[in-house]
Design a protein around this ligand. Structure first.
Ligand SMILES: [Zn+2]
Ligand SMILES: [Zn+2]
Length: 417
């Protein structure tokens, strides 16, 4: 059985994270979404790690389960840290790194040392004013199977290749520790097809996780493993880019991401990379520099054309949150009561969510879902939809069902009354 893993999430102890993000809620949401292995998040935080030790117990190698629970969901020890440091060229750099660890003992040892690097209790995502390569070096000394993965590698802030405070290559950032960077997290705004245009990343695997700050966002991106339920086997699959072990990733449509295109949200200005270059990076509304997004950064570092496909690449599937599909097909807002009610009903009838998006048959969809929702899910699978790209913190807007289609669909029913 393939293992669907979402290994980048946060706890309620990290800044800007929902107070509902407890281990029990992570488990509950993993079941609703269809995630088999979920990250604990924030293992560096003393209170969250206390909860991990109290509420979870060791299960398969390197994995944990909830005590007194029959759930099949497993936890994997994970956290994200922020490194702020100066590069060789004396520029300030700010990088987020996702960490995965194989045991409670290894985490205790990591936390003991990192408590000297920064204030672990201040934020579930602690900040260290130390070079990112020192972090990788230290982690290797604790356990060879601890994995450090540059998080959301392309987003404008706090990322390896970000347009603000980022780098142009892995080597520039991690220097002699580069051989120990085996993967990057694509983030919401990029997918492996975009990443593979950049030859310097050929040796590096792409992984994808939700980076959820609230329960509903869990599983919006994930990595699917074909290994045994075993931390070390999963890490080995990433390291070796083994197509039998690292089966595929689930990626939200990159255009949906908040930083896909360039622009200024406050000015309502969205620009394609070409348009940004034409305008010399200046916002046509306020004349100051625009926020350069992910598509632009990839264009800058790419040496291969947009339609380039690596024959042996680990495949990926493009998805969108069911909540967005419901909002679009029902003509309602995300977060509205109507969308929430229909979401719950569909999960009951056909769930979990990832199964609805990827697997449930056309006939079952048509039986249980609103006809336009069924149509929208099929459009997603057939890649027959459009997205108005996101930019500078504004989400993209997917459209599977056009407004005209919704009107045509609802008119005959209205006429009956
Ligand atoms: Zn981050
Ligand atoms: Zn502006």
């Amino acid at each position: 059985m393939p293992i669907i893993a979402d290994l980048h999430v946060h706890s309620r102890y990290a800044q800007a994270v929902s107070p509902r993000m407890t281990l029990a809620e992570l488990l509950r949401q993993a079941e609703i979404k269809g995630v088999d292995v979920i990250g604990t998040g924030d293992f560096t935080h003393p209170l969250h790690f206390e909860a991990i030790e109290n509420e979870l117990e060791p299960a398969e190698p390197g994995l944990l389960r909830m005590r007194n629970s029959s759930s099949r969901v497993r936890f994997l020890l994970s956290t994200e840290v922020c490194s702020i440091f100066y590069s060789k060229s004396r520029q300030e750099k700010r990088i987020h790194t996702l960490l995965l660890a194989p045991s409670l003992e290894s985490v205790r040892e990591v936390n003991r040392e990192l408590a000297h690097w920064g204030h672990l209790e201040e934020d579930g995502r602690p900040t260290f004013r130390r070079h990112a390569k020192d972090l990788v070096h230290f982690l290797r000394s604790v356990h060879p199977d601890i994995l450090a993965i540059p998080a959301h590698a392309w987003t404008p802030w706090y990322s390896l290749f970000g347009s603000n405070f980022g780098f142009n290559s892995i080597e520039e950032c991690f220097e002699e520790e580069t051989p120990f960077i085996h993967a990057i997290e694509t983030g919401l705004d990029s997918d492996p097809a975009m990443v593979r245009r950049v030859p310097q990343l050929d040796g590096v695997a792409c992984v994808s996780f939700s980076d959820a700050h609230s329960p509903e966002k869990i599983g919006r991106e994930a990595t699917i493993f074909g290994t045994a339920l075993d931390y070390h086997a999963m890490v080995r699959a990433i390291r070796e880019k083994d197509p039998q072990g690292l089966l595929r990733t689930l990626e939200t449509d990159s255009r949906y991401g908040k930083y896909f295109w360039d622009g200024h949200r406050k000015c309502g200005v969205a620009l394609s990379p070409a348009e940004t270059r034409r305008r010399k990076h200046l916002c046509p509304a306020c004349r100051s520099k625009v926020t350069v997004g992910v598509a632009h950064r990839i264009e800058t570092l790419a040496q291969r054309p947009e339609d380039w496909r690596e024959p042996s690449a680990i495949p990926f599937q493009t998805i969108l949150p069911l909540e967005e599909i419901l909002a679009n097909s029902l003509g309602r807002e995300t977060g509205s009561k109507a969308v929430e009610t229909e979401y719950k009903r569909l999960i009951q009838a056909l769930g979990p969510e990832l199964k609805i998006l990827l697997e449930v048959s056309e006939s079952d969809l048509k039986l249980a879902a609103h006809p336009l929702t069924a149509e929208a899910v099929l459009a997603l699978r057939e890649k027959n939809y459009s997205v108005v790209p996101g930019y500078d913190g504004a989400w993209g807007k997917p459209e599977m069902i056009s407004e005209e289609r919704r009107l045509v669909f609802t008119r005959p029913q209205m006429e009956m009354f």
